[in-house]
Every structure is written in C-alpha cells, then in structure tokens.
Design a protein around this ligand. Structure first.
Ligand SMILES: [Zn+2]
Length: 310
C-alpha cells in the first residue's frame, strides 16, 4: 500500500520508520500514540513507514488480534508501505543470526533456571556449576568491561547510558521453551527491513542498550531512537497494564487521533476542524513539529475509548 497522494514519499529522504505491535489484544490508546507518532515522524519527512507484526510468542497472543490491529490501523488511515511483515515467518533470519554469534563465541547455550539465578537478582554473568533447567536457552555473552557500557542519544529523552553487564547481564536470545526472544527478533528485523529510525513507546527505552549491544555483535548499523511518551491512567499506571486499557474505536477515529496529536505536544487548533481522516492526516503530516514532542507521560482520557473490543 502506498502513501496517499497528499503524503508523497520522497525517495531521497532516506528515512524508514515502522510500527511493530505484538498481537496480544486490540490496539489501545498507548499503541495508537506509538503508531501515529512513528507515522508522523516518517511522513513529515517523506519517509517510508512499515508495519510488522511481532508474533513470536504464541502463549501471549490472542487469536484474531493481529487482523484486528491491522483493521484498526486501516480505519485510522495508518497504512504501511509494502506488505506487512510477520515475525513468525522469519525464523530462518533469527536462526542464522544466532548461528553466527555461537560460531564466534559471542553467544552460548545455558540451562540456568530462574531459581539458579536468584542469588544474583536474576542477572546472569556465568552459568552456575550445576544448572537445574531442563532445556537450553541461548544467551548473548555480555562483556564484563567498558564494552558493555552503552551510551546513545534518544531524540526525545536525550542522553541515555546503561552498563548492560551490571544491570542486565547475559541476556536471552532464544528461550528455553524454543521461542525467539524479542531482543533478537527486533534487532534482526529492523536491520533487515532497513529501518533508520525506531520510534516507539518509552516502555522500551530500557531494552535499547541491549539491542545496541546485539547490533554491535552482529555487525549491524544502529538506528536512531526516539521513545514517545507513555500513556498512563489517572493513577499513573501504564495503560496496557491497567484496567483502563480499553480498545480504541475504529468507527470513530478522529477524537483518538486528535488526542494523540495533542499528547505529542502538537497544537490542537491545527486539527480542530479536520472533518475526515484523510484531511486530518494530510494536515498533521504537513504541520508536525518534532521539537514539540514531550517525554512526559500522558494521562488517558477515557472518552477516547470504548467499552467493547472490536
Ligand atoms: Zn547459564
């Protein structure tokens, strides 16, 4: 699907963004903010915007959720360039990446169970002498020196620094239950799809240093990162984890799009009289000012949500 004529692609922009939901339920206001924000950042510079379904954890998936999410995005006018990518169909890419790390001694098999690591607060630095796990996981070998200190500049949150060895330890790339870990799949896919800017919710800020270490181990370029404000309920809880994680209403997209626009620090007057999704999106892409995006959590307005799932 191509961008509409009013948001022309500029092949010289060199910008590729994406939105990559997990199909664990209907889209809520927090996921719409990430989708619309990443779309705006791409479209305002004439860049590409891709959709990817992160469906590698069957136990957490809700049947039909992926199709519902794509239908909802379409109702909001947020259509990706090119076909939707499904992670479940990309095992070969993940297998190849892990094989390369194992071959070079940068990853290792591990049978340590959660209880084996309890004494170190769950942080893995070396396998315990007699691990109690039944099946093998694969972990990245995180260096125990300055090489594990990751610094990057987030476009919204500014300089971020984390010592991955001290704060996270050797992290899992393939789980003992056979599932590919989020960290591996996201790094492999962003690189393979040519994503230049990762724009997503601030709940993923903490996992970015792990992804950068993994990019380095795989010899992949590190994209630019921008973590958008989280949407929280009236008590400050992340929306997707609280009872107010109600789905957005695809039959009435304008209020939720206007809400997200304002939550991104943009002036409400710009979209106030837009009477259709197409008009609203055209105007939004033309008027979007990245420098106004805030890092502060945004409080959800329940009026933008509906009670019943689609
Ligand atoms: Zn271990």
């Amino acid at each position: 699907m191509q961008a509409s004529s009013s948001q022309r692609l500029n092949p010289h922009s060199g910008y590729t963004g994406r939105f990559a939901p997990s199909p664990t339920g209907p889209l809520h206001l927090g996921s719409l903010l990430a989708a619309f924000g990443s779309w705006l950042m791409a479209r305002s510079v004439g860049g590409r915007w891709l959709l990817r379904i992160e469906d590698i954890d069957p136990a957490r998936e809700m049947p039909g959720a992926a199709a519902g999410q794509l239908d909802t995005l379409r109702a909001f006018g947020l259509e990706g360039d090119g076909p939707v990518v499904w992670q479940h169909a990309r095992e070969e890419l993940y297998r190849t990446a892990i094989a390369s790390l194992l071959e070079r001694g940068l990853a290792f098999s591990c049978r340590c169970s959660r209880s084996d690591l309890a004494h170190s607060g769950g942080i893995h630095r070396a396998c315990v002498p007699r691990p109690s796990g039944h099946a093998e996981a694969i972990r990245l070998r995180v260096p125990g020196d300055a090489a594990a200190r990751v610094r990057f500049i987030d476009r919204v949150h500014g300089p971020i620094e984390q010592s991955v060895d001290a704060e996270v330890g050797d992290f899992v790339l393939k789980r003992a239950d056979g599932c590919w870990a989020y960290q591996l799949a996201v790094v492999v896919d962003d690189a393979e799809q040519g994503v230049t800017e990762v724009v997503r919710g601030a709940d993923l800020l903490d996992s970015t240093p792990r992804q950068i270490l993994l990019q380095r181990a795989l010899g992949l370029a590190t994209p630019v990162y921008a973590h958008l404000p989280l949407v929280v309920d009236s008590e400050g809880r992340k929306l997707s984890k609280s009872l107010s994680a109600l789905p957005i209403d695809p039959r009435d997209p304008l209020p939720a799009l206007r809400w997200c626009w304002t939550a991104l620090g943009q002036p409400p007057a710009v979209l106030a009289d837009a009477g259709s999704v197409a008009t609203l999106l055209t105007r939004a892409a033309a008027e979007f000012e990245f420098s106004s995006v805030t890092s502060e959590p945004q409080f959800a307005d329940r009026q933008t949500t509906v009670e019943s799932p689609v």
